[in-house]
Design a binder for this molecule. Structure first.
Ligand code: PHE
Length: 440
């Protein structure tokens, strides 16, 4: 992982500029009406902050909300007890979480790449915008829940294109089973191996070196949970995409589940990954409370499902407040089959930006995610894509140079070249200031 101190200087420049109060703005940062201490981890930007509270997953006419309702309905209908749904739904949890919630509670190692500053939006070294809904697993288990869905917005620094946006939405779930329920007809079978003592979990070293199960669990319990997990998820995908959907399971790795899998569906001539899942690591359960159960968990991305279901070609459309977009999803039965029809296609405009790096940077250490955030901050939603076009080292001067293509497109009208040039110039000026580069 490339973690460079320079990242911070860049953001301090931005914070300074935005809040324009000299020193104070570099020591604190305002997020969602609350003031936080800033430090050398701070990399959250005003642009990103502006997405908090949009809650697209709860907006009645948003396609993400339609998919959310269909998934919740499936879980309500599939699991009932005395006529009442077994799963409870949490779709309004604050996206501001601690590094303990997002990483430590989930056994994500200190040096795991997902913790990198280049991948997350940190408010400071111990607080960040959640990078996955799994961040709430432990607190909800601690509060005594056993079957629950966690739905909300998650934040990850990433490239920009038609399928990637730094904010997206996930549905995560946990289902806990006790011995009496898992083995109703086989009271002789157990969840745990005889050498594991559930009343004393911390004296046992739970190993994951056997690919088929955790060392504390019996193979019977693991296989039964795996069967249920896979059935429930295939059932869900069939409800969404129809009985004939082609799918496959792929072995996967997550620090918080073992064994783990990914589900892929065959969509438009490609295998598309739709979710990650697995048997929850027993240490997470034992730390949060329940010691006599085994659990499965999964997490899926709503954008991908909505784009595939409704043939929505660009992820930025989810954020549109334009009537031409929203009206297509308005007042519709959640199960209706809807195919999005572009109102009209507006042309795009591509401008290149080439620059020489300062002697302190090379084409390999330049942090492109920092640059993407800057482009998004200055350009806003007219940025369709930013791609690296060329890397170059001058044979004589040995100076390093990069060239990025920036694709501009407005979703609702035609941009003029003059308008694009103005934004492009602003991006060039900000790039010079933030990274100390020289425009070629
Ligand atoms: N949190 C994982 C992700 O964001 C998904 C996941 C959730 C995987 C729960 C396993 C169990 O990719």
């Amino acid at each position: 992982m490339k973690i460079l101190l320079r990242t911070n200087r860049f953001y301090l420049t931005l914070l300074n500029k935005t809040y324009s109060t000299a020193l104070k703005s570099v020591t604190t940062v305002q997020v969602n009406g609350k003031e936080y201490r800033a430090d050398d981890y701070t990399n959250i930007t005003p642009k990103i902050t502006s997405y908090i509270n949009r809650n697209l997953h709860l907006k009645k006419d948003n396609p993400l909300s339609l998919v959310r309702q269909r998934i919740v309905n499936y879980f309500y209908a599939s699991f009932t007890h005395g006529g009442n749904p077994v799963f409870s739904v949490y779709d309004n949890l604050s996206p501001i979480v601690s590094t303990r919630q997002n990483f430590d509670d989930l056994l994500i190692p200190e040096d795991h790449p997902s913790r990198a500053k280049s991948d997350c939006y940190y408010i400071n070294a111990s607080v960040l915008l959640r990078a996955h809904m799994t961040a709430h697993q432990s607190e909800l288990l601690r509060s005594g829940l056993d079957n629950f869905l966690m739905i909300g917005d998650v934040y990850r620094r990433d490239e920009i294109d038609s399928t990637h946006f730094p904010v997206f939405h996930q549905v995560d779930a946990v289902r806990l089973q006790r011995k009496e329920h898992l083995f109703v007809n086989h009271p002789d079978l157990n969840i745990f191996e005889p050498n594991y003592d559930p009343t004393n979990p911390h004296t046992f070293t739970n190993s994951i070196s056997d690919p088929s199960k955790q060392s504390c669990h019996t193979l019977e319990a693991t296989k039964l949970m795996e069967g249920q997990l896979k059935n429930h998820l295939i059932g869900m995908v069939k409800v969404l995409f129809g009985e004939n959907i082609k799918y496959r399971w792929v072995d996967a790795y997550f620090p918080f589940t073992h064994p783990s899998w990914e589900l892929e569906i065959y969509y438009e001539n490609n295998w598309m990954e739709v979710l990650g899942c697995g048997i929850m690591r027993n240490e997470i359960l034992a730390n949060a409370g329940p010691t006599n159960s085994i659990a499965y968990a999964f997490g899926l991305g709503l954008e991908r499902l909505a784009m595939a279901l409704y043939k929505i070609p660009d992820i930025r459309l989810m954020w549109s407040t334009d009537d031409g977009f929203l009206s297509q999803f308005q007042d519709r039965d959640v199960n209706a089959s809807i195919e999005y029809k572009p109102v009209s296609i507006y042309p795009h405009c591509t401008n290149d930006l080439s620059f020489w790096l300062p002697p302190t940077l090379t084409i390999d250490t330049f942090m492109s995610n920092d640059f993407y955030d800057l482009v998004r901050d200055i350009g806003g939603d007219v940025i369709e894509q930013v791609k690296l076009k060329d890397k170059f080292i001058h044979p004589k001067s040995k100076k390093h140079s990069l060239c990025y293509s920036i694709v501009y497109r407005h979703l609702e009208r035609t941009l003029t070249q003059a308008e694009v040039n103005k934004v492009h110039e602003d991006i060039a000026a900000a790039t010079v200031k933030a990274f100390n580069v020289a425009i070629r």
